[in-house]
Design a protein around this ligand. Structure first.
Ligand SMILES: [Zn+2]
Length: 129
């Protein structure tokens, strides 16, 4: 399954800012098909706050540690059977189509909104959102 490591933003020195209009539109588009089992802790709106990396003595250019973003899908019986047979990724992908999938971009946006990483870091690793 696809997974990427993003740098975690340092909580000591990060600066808070409101999301831009562009980011809001983008995030809304990305989260539109988010499976209902995934809950955002706070509503996504004009007042949503994200973090911006700064840098202090305790971190590296505003980042400290890593966080994984990944595609996730609910393990259905069908998928579980496939995993037990240790299937090729292609087979799993096929099965995943029938499950409710969380895309890597969706997982990344959720982690931005949870203030674990930044928009800049996400775009550096995943490309523009
Ligand atoms: Zn810091």
């Amino acid at each position: 399954m696809a997974q990427r490591l993003l740098r975690k933003v340092c909580q000591k020195c990060a600066e808070k800012r409101k999301i831009t209009k562009n980011e809001l539109d983008n995030f809304r588009k990305i989260l539109k098909n988010l499976p209902s089992r995934v809950k955002l802790e706070s509503e996504l709106n004009e007042e949503s706050v994200v973090l911006e990396a700064r840098g202090c003595k305790e971190c590296h250019n505003g980042y400290l540690g890593r966080v994984a973003v990944m595609e996730l899908f609910e393990i259905t019986d069908e998928v579980e059977k496939l995993i037990l047979k240790s299937p090729a990724e292609a087979e799993l992908r096929e099965a995943a189509k029938h499950a409710e999938m969380v895309s890597m971009a969706q997982d990344a946006v959720i982690k931005i909104l949870r203030r674990m990483t930044t928009v800049e870091e996400t775009e550096r690793i995943l490309g523009s959102l």
